[in-house]
Design a protein around this ligand. Structure first.
Ligand code: TRP
Length: 443
């Protein structure tokens, strides 16, 4: 028996949990800050509506139609052609490789959470070690993060993924809102709010900005690699996929914008308290310097709240990362359970074991491999897989089957504006946009 999400809310929170991750809380605000403020937000919204949402619907539709893991799903959609499976294998591999670096970063977040927790009993040596970027610490916490991910996935769809998403996602929203309110009261926050909201329109039509926004929106909605396909395969046939997709986008974009309201003002608060927020190149600090240098320096100035605020912040990061990592792991796990007949727990643990080996390789060769793995998977593999989804849905999969699938839970769809536009759109416009972005990134 395949699992199913037990409720509409459960699916929305799980899929939004997949979408909302480090990409929202860390990636989005720093892209906004370094790409013309609200101009980036604007382009991001347009890209999400025009490109990401149609692809999200396509991916969920394939999943729910096939009621299967990505390999079988693409096979089925291609009309039973063996080459159909390739897209599934490729997606599975990409999802696993994304998890291999995501777990390293998730591990950093856990280590920092622990670092602030152990200052409560005053374990200062441990705390210093937890804040050191040592290979040992990175290995241990990466493994810890993967173990948590595997534990949740072992529980299955409704008892693991859905249950934990329902607990963690509301908590995430509460923490983020409380932190925004607190940071807004600090000296310097106003400047951050200003930078965030005032668009620099001269940048709106710059190709680089449009491409960054496109990449960000693809990554943020977890598209291409099969996560949304697998989650889609656990949706009941009674549900209206188009509405579910809108909800997922809505929560994802909402949390991204909220994160900007937290991180961007926090950067300027740090500046107001004398912390350097620019890199040598003159750009606003982003990357790990922001999260592990600027923000901790800011926390240290918070007096009575110097422990609780960072604990809340890193808990937020761990939660966001975890609800995303479970969705990545579910891709190969669903395949191993359905195709290879493995027990779910065995599949989750052994796949995490292999992923940990890859993560370890990255940790030992950090300089050479970390950013390479990120660009290989998110800048190359993921957009190409997105293109494949458009090709499958636009050119290969029969239109009648698509319509009858999309009609389930949405009987009037045939006469809607959506059905008049979307098929043509996925067939021509989306692939063209992706190809343009791809070509641009080479020149
Ligand atoms: N969307 C998540 C984030 O914003 C990351 C993520 C989860 C992801 N599953 C994915 C990215 C699959 C690419 C593919 O952090």
């Amino acid at each position: 028996m395949r699992g199913l999400f037990s409720s509409r809310l459960g699916f929305i929170l799980a899929a939004a949990g997949s979408a909302v991750g480090l990409g929202n809380i860390w990636g989005f605000p720093t892209q906004v800050a370094s790409n013309g403020g609200a101009a980036f937000v604007l382009v991001y919204l347009v890209m999400t509506a025009l490109l990401a949402y149609p692809v999200l619907v396509a991916e969920m539709l394939i999943g729910r139609y096939a009621e299967a893991n990505p390999v079988d799903a693409y096979f089925k959609v291609s009309g039973g052609k063996p080459w159909g499976r390739v897209a599934g294998y490729w997606g599975m591999l990409t999802a696993s490789l994304i998890l291999s670096f995501y777990a390293i970063v998730g591990g950093w977040m856990m280590a920092y959470l622990a670092k602030y927790l152990v200052t409560i009993p005053g374990w200062n040596t441990v705390s210093t070690w937890l804040g050191s970027a040592s290979v040992g610490r990175n290995l241990i916490f990466c493994l810890g993060f993967l173990a948590l991910t595997a534990t949740i996935v072992c529980g299955g769809v409704s008892q693991g993924i859905e249950r934990w998403s329902k607990r963690l996602m509301p908590l995430l929203i509460v923490i983020i809102v409380l932190l925004i309110i607190y940071v807004a009261t600090l000296n310097g926050a106003g400047e951050g709010w200003r930078v965030y909201w005032i668009p620099d329109f001269s940048l709106v039509f710059k190709a680089d900005l449009i491409i960054s926004a496109m990449g960000q929106s693809f990554f943020s909605l977890s598209l291409g690699v099969g996560t949304m396909l697998v989650y889609g395969s656990y949706i009941s046939k009674r549900e209206n996929l188009l509405n579910l997709g809108v909800w997922v986008v809505f929560v994802d974009v909402g949390v991204a914008i909220l994160s900007g309201l937290l991180i961007v003002p926090a950067i300027y608060v740090a500046q107001a308290s004398g912390i350097d927020i620019y890199q040598e190149s003159g750009q606003l600090i982003s990357g790990d310097g922001l999260i592990f240098t600027v923000l901790p320096a800011l926390f240290a100035n918070m007096g009575g709240l110097a422990i609780i605020v960072p604990i809340a912040f890193f808990a937020l990061m761990v939660i966001a990362a975890l609800t995303s990592s479970i969705s990545m792991l579910e891709v190969p796990v669903s395949y191993s359970v359905e195709k290879k007949g493995l027990k779910r727990s065995l599949a989750a643990v052994s796949i995490c074991g292999v992923i940990f080996l890859i993560s370890s390789l990255i940790i030992f060769n950090f300089e050479r491999m970390f950013s390479f793995m990120i660009s290989l998977t998110t800048e190359y593999s993921q957009p190409l897989l997105g293109l494949l989804i458009c090709i499958f849905v636009g050119w290969i999969w029969s239109r009648d089957q698509q319509l009858s699938e999309i009609k389930q839970g949405n009987p009037q769809v045939e006469d809607s504006l959506f059905w008049r536009i979307w098929p043509v759109y996925v067939k021509y416009i989306c692939p063209l946009l992706v190809i343009m972005a791809f070509v641009h990134s080479f020149i």
